[in-house]
Design a protein around this ligand. Structure first.
Ligand code: GDP
Length: 140
């Protein structure tokens, strides 16, 4: 299996409820390793840039407002098939559709406030990691 890196974000609904440690434990127990992590507050411009692919969607404004409503924890995860593995551990976008034991099934408040982000491809992972981390901040 290929060792990959992916970007994960613990979203404001989860930092507000003090769930960072619980979510991180699920990621580590799922076989992923934190090789970078920081807690930051996104501003509107950065949130809009990050979610630019969704700018035509009806929920874009709400999503950007939500993502700037409190601190987030941005993280680089490393492991075998890390992109797909992280999305498995995270669960489906809508918590109603997510499998038992996933982050979103366990913690999400709604389809929008769904506690975690995970890159959806290896190509996007590299782009998203570069949005938040320089090479010397990632320690494998
Ligand atoms: P993801 O890859 O599972 O995060 O899903 P998407 O890339 O499709 O959507 C990005 C984020 O937009 C999701 O994680 C949600 O926070 C939010 N989102 C997606 N679909 C909806 C929706 O129908 N309504 C609202 N309000 N937010 C949504």
């Amino acid at each position: 299996m290929a060792t990959e890196r992916t970007l994960s974000i613990i979203k404001p609904d989860a930092t507000r409820r003090n769930l960072t440690g619980k979510i991180n434990a699920m990621l580590e127990e799922g076989g992923l390793r934190f090789v970078a992590q920081k807690r930051i507050k996104l501003d509107r411009e950065r949130a809009e840039r990050f979610y630019a692919v969704h700018k035509e969607r009806p929920f874009f404004n709400d999503l950007c407002a939500f993502m700037t409503s409190g601190p987030v924890v941005v993280q680089v995860l490393e492991g075998d098939n890390a992109v797909a593995r992280n999305r498995e551990i995270m669960g489906a976008t809508n918590p109603a559709d997510a499998n038992e034991g996933t982050i979103r099934k366990s913690f999400a408040e709604s389809i929008e406030a769904n506690s975690a982000h995970g890159s959806d491809s290896l190509e996007n992972a590299a782009i998203e990691i570069a949005c938040f981390f320089s090479d010397d901040e990632i320690v494998g």
